[in-house]
Design a protein. Structure first.
Length: 421
């Protein structure tokens, strides 16, 4: 007899108590953030120890400057313009003297811009950026080094490459999220399982193998999450992984909107800054549409399900992508194909880089990135992605809405193609 999973909440009382606990925790988290804000703005200026995440040159009214994106030790991300033309400082610890006289608590939470200058620069790059340099050293061309470094270490790519990847519709493949964490967890599980099974059969046959294996994988993944800097999308993905196993181990339904909502809510409560994180909301939205697909559609063959899921995700996320980024090209729909290939590409490239031979497939990728992509900006009113998301929810209640939703999502793609041709 098949045992059906139980729902996450079985009564309104449980929901009420959970929401009450979240509200109390949110008040505590917000209070801690406010204390950090008060400490930062106690005087008109402050010296902040931070890491340079990204930098790029800028010019205004004929004056050139360097824009820096920095992250402090407690996770506060901010921008600062330095009047000097600086060398590449990405990955270095710096001491920044910033003017905090015009800062407010809201801008502190969502990421402030400060006027200021650098007092000092550390001598050594952080470990993650030294690994980035090792990865880049396996490639003869700079673009390849930047590409793979971003793929494995979550370091930003140059603006020109970012725009090209956006035009091709493959930016999500570089932004480490649930896609990458899921693949890594499967690979780690396969690697750890072999020695564990051998040791279990000889030394501790009474142990719960599945729990031990997941605990080992979770610890290894946590090390990786800390290594790449706990970006919002990575944090959400790792939390969903932990929550998924916890629910599965206790017979609670894993693929449910309740589990997604609970995980997202807990993260927002613990890290209020995520409220203003675009990467976090795109990551949550992607999982939402995956769950929606699994609830609404079922195909006999797994291969058909695999292809249909990727087409669905592309069509449902396209309106949000166009509204946020606004860049589209005729090659953009091919990202469906590239995303499906990524399941083979990612493990292969990871293995080659571990062996020091990561540059071998560069010749296959070079034509794709060197192709001239006539990308254009596409107008996408905010109401369209919002309306489609509401229709997506209505599909759960009204069967006829399913077809209307697909037609309208396809119409967005057709409209985007029409605007650039």
């Amino acid at each position: 007899m098949k045992v059906e999973p139980v729902p996450l909440f079985v009564s309104r009382r449980e929901i009420f108590l959970f929401v009450l606990a979240l509200m109390l925790l949110f008040a505590v988290s917000l209070g801690m953030e406010y204390r950090r804000y008060v400490a930062l703005t106690a005087f008109d200026s402050a010296v902040v120890e931070a890491t340079v995440i990204d930098q790029y040159p800028g010019e205004k009214d004929g004056r050139k400057y360097t824009m820096l994106r920095l992250r402090s030790e407690d996770g506060f991300t901010f921008f600062m313009a330095d009047s000097q033309r600086l060398r590449d400082l990405r990955g270095y610890r710096v001491a920044a003297d910033v003017d905090t006289s015009e800062s407010d608590f809201l801008s502190f939470l969502r990421g402030s811009y400060f006027r200021g200058f650098l007092r000092s620069v550390g001598r050594k790059k952080l470990f993650r950026y030294r690994v980035k340099d090792l990865i880049a050293g396996q490639h003869a061309q700079r673009w390849a080094g930047e590409l793979y470094a971003a793929l494995f270490t979550a370091t930003p790519v140059p603006r020109a490459m970012r725009e090209r990847l956006s035009a091709l519709g493959v930016s999500h493949l570089l932004a480490i999220s649930g896609f990458h964490i899921g693949l890594l967890s499967l690979m780690l599980f396969a690697v750890v399982r072999i020695p564990y099974r051998w040791m279990q059969s000889r030394f501790f046959p009474w142990r719960h193998g599945r729990r031990d294996l997941f605990a080992a994988v979770a610890v290894l993944l946590l090390m990786y999450v800390l290594f790449v800097g706990m970006s919002p999308s990575v944090l959400r993905s790792y939390a969903m992984l932990l929550a998924g196993f916890f629910f599965y181990d206790r017979g609670i339904r894993v693929v449910s909107f309740a589990s997604l909502a609970v995980t997202a809510a807990v993260l927002l409560v613990l890290w209020p800054r995520l409220l203003w994180s675009l990467g976090f909301w795109l990551s949550v939205g992607g999982v939402f549409f995956i769950f929606l697909f699994l609830r609404l559609y079922a195909f006999g063959k797994k291969s058909v399900q695999f292809v249909a899921l990727h087409v669905w995700i592309y069509l449902t996320m396209l309106p949000w992508s166009l509204w946020i980024f606004g860049t589209f090209s005729l090659l953009h729909p091919l990202s469906i194909f590239w995303t499906m290939l990524f399941f083979l590409f990612y493990p292969l490239e990871l293995g080659l880089h571990l062996l020091g031979a990561g540059g071998l497939p560069d010749g296959l990728i070079a034509p794709l990135l060197s192709t001239v992509v006539p990308a254009k900006n596409v107008a996408m009113p905010a109401g369209i992605p919002v309306a489609l998301s509401v229709l997506g929810l209505l599909q759960l209640v009204f069967e006829p809405v399913k077809r209307l939703f697909l037609y309208l999502s396809a119409a967005v793609l057709v409209g985007a193609v029409y605007q650039i041709t």
